[in-house]
Write a protein that binds this ligand. Structure first.
Ligand code: SAM
Ligand code: SF4
Length: 477
């Protein structure tokens, strides 16, 4: 427990929520006769998928509810990335047994990566589950619901080579009305040896850029002021029109989204070091509204471990990409990473290489994990998970302590600086304060005065801790 608390301590407030809590649908009453409840675990891609699922079921006459005891259909959109993510879902299903006893007609569906990984085993192991639906099968939900309504167990876990849900307008859930996610691609072709994603989300495919631009424009016209473009490896975004006459790569897509309106901020995640180009960096430099923040997961600082992970870059390549960021975007650009402690056969010296990489880069944030072997991944098949759990945890704690130090070190020079902050809402601690982010993705808290959600506010930073910058508003330009 202490490990998790420490780990969460250095994440921003919003990230903490994402790690700790599932996201739950809100109450929306359009006078429909059936209600759905959806609870989403894991990454931003999953949260974005839940918005597509909600759109599909709204068409079928479902309103959303935040109270699962009132729902006709309860959906859990699951994550399979680490064992504890799956355990959370299993525990949740135990709680739902009572609901089924009280309201026997209630249907329970498991969606997403865990559904895809376990397929029919899920229906055998968890008797209360009525539907198992993989990430590429959401269009089939109306038929699956009908089947489950008729008393049968229903399942669709087919993975697609071309499904991008491009034509579906997501119904925004848990929205602050200011920031939104847009999926620009699905799946992953990378086969990092530790990772279950290529098996649960299938082959990589890029979404039509025109549908992405239309979605961003629509969000802007509804008052949203920031979009985050999502993909497992955004740098390999590559779209070709059907006649082959037009192609769009990630840098070009980023530029087109940025050109929609200077008041629409653009972020993106995740960048892969092997594909991350200077072209993207130059595009970022050219547009003020493309946020100067890059999530560039290293996973390890040791080249032998990176090879075993099949990341297809080594430490020198990674450091070259960091140097390119600093050369083109300067020291203020926020950089974050993912780090895995205790991967197969990692020695103490190799673990120290991860710490020394962190010391050299000085990340602003990090998401840090102990290696969790996932069944049927290349690592599970070929490598022994031979680092004892207590060693993994100790190494993880060393990584976390290093990051906490750097988060503070990276925030301290911000004192005295003025940043343009997009206000996302009240601060978590007090309604007298507002909270937003600067371009580098740092959370900034400042007294509310007359400012509101969705405003851009110039804030002078007066104080900080390792997770937050604290300041005073200067003006409302
Ligand atoms: N596509 C992104 C990338 O390549 O950086 C990340 C995708 S994954 C959803 C998020 C992070 O989970 C990974 O970067 C990795 O650090 C972590 N992760 C994935 N599989 C893991 C495993 N088996 N054990 C521990 N951490 C894992
Ligand atoms: Fe997993 Fe690697 Fe793909 Fe990221 S790039 S989703 S870590 S296989």
């Amino acid at each position: 427990m202490e490990r998790i608390v420490q780990q969460l301590d250095i994440l921003t407030e919003t990230d903490k929520e994402a790690c700790e809590l599932p996201r739950i649908s809100k109450d929306e009453n359009r006078g429909n006769h059936r209600k759905m409840y959806i609870e989403s675990y894991g990454c931003q891609m999953n949260f974005a998928d839940s918005e597509i699922v909600t759109a599909i079921l709204q068409e079928q006459g479902f309103d959303t509810t935040s109270d699962f005891t009132q729902a006709d259909v309860i959906l859990l959109n699951t994550c399979a990335i680490r064992e504890n993510a799956e355990q959370k879902v299993r525990n949740r299903l135990k709680h739902l047994v009572n609901v089924k006893q009280k309201r026997p007609g209630t249907l329970i569906g498991v969606l997403g990566c865990m559904a895809e990984r376990l397929k029919s085993r899920f229906l055998e192991e968890e008797r209360i589950v009525d539907m198992v639906v993989g990430p590429d099968a959401y269009r089939d939900l109306p038929r699956l619901l009908e089947e489950a309504d008729g008393g049968q167990k229903a399942m669709n876990v087919f993975l697609s080579r071309d499904e991008t849900y491009a034509d579906i307008s997501p119904v925004r859930l848990n929205s602050n009305g200011v920031t939104a996610f847009i999926s620009i691609m699905r799946g992953c072709d990378n086969m990092c040896s530790f990772c279950v994603v290529p098996f649960t989300r299938g082959r990589e495919r890029s979404r039509d850029p025109y549908s992405i631009l239309a979605e961003a424009q629509d969000l802007f016209s509804k008052g949203y002021r920031e979009v985050s473009l999502l993909g497992q490896n955004v740098d390999s975004y590559q779209w070709t029109s059907e006649d082959g006459a037009e192609t769009v790569n990630f840098a070009q897509l980023l530029e087109r989204v940025a050109q929609l309106d200077p008041d629409l901020r653009v972020r993106f995640t995740t960048s892969h070091p092997k594909d991350f180009t200077d072209e993207v960096l130059h595009t970022m430099a050219a547009y003020e509204n493309i946020c100067k923040y890059i999530h560039l997961p290293a996973q390890s600082g040791n080249s032998r471990i990176l090879k075993l992970m099949n990341r297809t870059y080594d430490r020198d390549w990674y450091m070259d990409r960091i140097a390119a960021i600093r050369r083109i975007l300067g020291n203020e650009c926020g950089i974050s990473t993912d780090m895995i402690a205790g991967f197969c056969s990692e020695t103490e010296e190799e673990h120290q290489d991860s710490i020394s990489l962190m010391e050299t880069v000085q990340y602003d944030f990090a998401y840090m994990f102990a290696y969790s072997e996932r069944p049927n991944t290349p690592a599970a098949k070929k490598l022994a998970d031979d680092i004892p759990n207590e060693v993994k945890i100790r190494r993880l704690n060393e990584i976390i302590a290093t990051q906490r130090k750097h988060s503070l070190q990276r925030n301290l020079p911000d004192i005295g600086q003025v940043y343009k902050v997009l206000v996302e809402g009240f601060s978590k601690r007090s309604d007298a304060d507002l909270q937003g982010r600067n371009s580098a993705n740092k959370v900034v808290v400042f007294p509310k005065k007359h400012y509101q959600k969705g405003d851009y506010v110039f804030v002078r930073i007066t104080d900080c801790n390792s997770a937050t910058l604290i300041g005073e508003a200067l003006s409302n330009e």
